[in-house]
Design a protein around this ligand. Structure first.
Ligand code: AMP
Length: 215
């Protein structure tokens, strides 16, 4: 099964994708993670993406579509892809349709995670993750059980994304509403779209997500 998680920054797409990876053996395809890896490696793609990402704007469609196309050639995609943060524009959605059909893959569901914008600024500006296993934390809502030690893997290294600050989150929310939210009317008429409550507790969001995928 191949699915898209659609929602603004902070909606919980990455958190739910990680849960589906663990529980259903699917693979998370996060274009944000791929681009951050490119920036960290200092590759040409990373050099082109870095400043745009720091400003909370969208990297060019051509660049992102190229990254996804290459990723879809990896054999693990056969386990089922969870697109997280892609597509973000109409052009990307059309390109994804074309890529999936070239690779004889189907798109089974697009799940919208409905959330409240102001809450997203708080969620995103307080979040950080374990530098080793990626477990997510939040300054107020989810702190490690033992201060400074990751609950999941025991690492003492944590990382915070440079674009997870209140100002950049606001730009990212504008980009979402202007360029990504219109995809709801792209997928709606195709009968693929389901909506779930992204403001609920994580377990409840997972329950609704699974019901949407299995229903
Ligand atoms: P994310 O981790 O999904 O929040 O993405 C972080 C940043 O990477 C975004 O604010 C964009 O600058 C860039 N990015 C990630 N995915 C895309 C995409 N599909 N299209 C354009 N830019 C993207």
């Amino acid at each position: 099964m191949n699915i898209i998680l659609l929602g603004p920054p902070g909606a919980g797409k990455g958190t739910q994708a990680r849960i589906l990876e663990t529980e259903r053996g699917m693979v998370q395809l996060s274009t944000g993670d791929m681009l951050r890896a490119a920036v960290a490696s200092g590759s040409d793609i990373g050099k082109q993406a870095k400043a745009v990402m720091e400003q909370g704007q969208l990297v060019s469609d051509e660049l992102v579509i190229g990254v996804v196309s290459e990723r879809l050639d990896q054999p693990d995609v056969a386990k089922g892809a969870i697109f997280d943060g892609f597509p973000r524009t109409a052009k990307q959605a059309e390109a994804l349709d074309a890529l999936l059909s070239q690779k004889s893959l189907a798109l089974d569901a697009v799940v919208e995670m409905k959330v409240d914008d102001e809450e997203m600024v708080d969620r995103v500006s307080g979040r950080y993750a374990c530098g080793k296993c990626g477990e997510g934390y939040h300054d107020r809502n989810k702190i490690p059980k033992v201060a400074g030690v990751c609950d999941a893997c025991g690492s003492t290294e944590f990382k915070r994304r440079p674009d997870d600050n209140a100002e950049t989150v606001r730009s990212r929310l504008v980009a979402y509403h202007e360029q990504t939210a219109p995809l709801l009317s792209y997928y709606g008429p195709r009968g693929k779209l389901k909506s779930i409550d992204g403001m609920a507790a994580i377990d409840e969001v997972t329950r609704q997500l699974k019901a949407a995928l299995d229903g």
